[in-house]
Design a protein around this ligand. Structure first.
Ligand code: IPE
Ligand code: IPE
Ligand code: MG
Length: 250
């Protein structure tokens, strides 16, 4: 890949969409698409590690995905379990830290225990910090941050005032901040839809958005590199003028 090191995003966040359609096109059950999607996860982790991306967030299950047919939801739970069982050791061996964001208390006990075990096993990983968003919703994240902040204020005996809920204070309690994960630089959505679907709402305020028609099971190393190359050609202005940005970078 011909991208300068400083143009590599530190944090890439991906909505892995299109598994069901990928399977349907091949006359397979939707769950087969999810299974193939795990191979893409593996390929993308390797590719991120290869080019020095530091943080990777994958949207695996939204707070709205419970609305799906019961057998699809339970097949997804089984797949999360088997993928964690199969990959835990190799993640640890390759210095990849795995964390979860989302309300995992709604998951089966065995899966919650597995998640805790893999998080612990990989906690010292320094090459790539990957977080899986599971039973995650961007609105939930903001609401739970507000709840935690008000609880903290109450416990410390402070009065809640209009200044209590500043941007800085609220963002301290977001799930990603708790894990020391910076905001995403590059947001990718596969599968052709151009929407956020309640993924990281607060955190993507200034992310570069990249949408591709490629369905998630077909999204591999080359597709990730294409997205990073596209990102590297963009000018991020954060409210400034283009000239100001050029001056700053000169
Ligand atoms: C994304 O693929 C995976 C999850 C939401 C778990 P989909 O299952 O949404 O695939 P499509 O959008 O139906 O093709
Ligand atoms: C978003 O995909 C959630 C995940 C990829 C886990 P969906 O397929 O659920 O999104 P919508 O419902 O089409 O917006
Ligand atoms: Mg979908």
């Amino acid at each position: 890949m011909s991208t300068e090191k400083n143009k590599i995003p530190r944090h890439v966040a991906i909505v892995m969409d299109g598994n069901g359609r990928w399977a349907k096109k091949r006359h397979f059950p939707r769950t087969y698409g999810h299974k193939k999607g795990v191979d893409s996860v593996r390929a993308v982790i390797r590719a991120c590690d290869e080019i020095g991306i530091e943080y990777l967030t994958l949207f695996a299950f939204s707070s709205e995905n419970w609305k799906r047919p019961e057998d699809e939801v339970s097949a997804l739970m089984s797949l999360f379990m088997s993928a964690l069982e199969a990959e835990a050791k190799s993640l640890a061996k390759n210095g990849i830290r795995l964390s979860f964001i989302g309300d995992i208390s709604a998951f089966p006990d065995k899966l919650q225990a597995k998640i805790a075990q893999v998080e612990k096993l990989t906690v010292d990983g320094k090459n790539l910090h990957m977080q899986i968003a599971a039973n995650y919703g961007g609105r939930w994240d903001i609401a739970q941050a507000a709840a935690k902040l008000s609880q903290e204020l109450q416990q410390s005996g402070q009065d809640i005032s209009v200044d209590s809920f500043s941007e800085a204070k609220l963002s301290e309690h977001l799930t990603t901040t708790k894990l020391n994960i910076p905001d995403p630089d590059l947001f990718i959505r596969t599968g052709g839809e151009q929407r956020i679907s309640n993924f990281l709402l607060w955190q993507i305020a200034y992310a570069e958005l990249y949408f591709t028609d490629v369905l998630w099971p077909d999204f591999r190393r080359d597709e990730l590199f294409a997205a990073v190359e596209d990102y590297s050609r963009r000018q991020r202005r954060f409210g400034m003028t283009g000239d100001q940005v050029e001056e700053k970078n000169a």
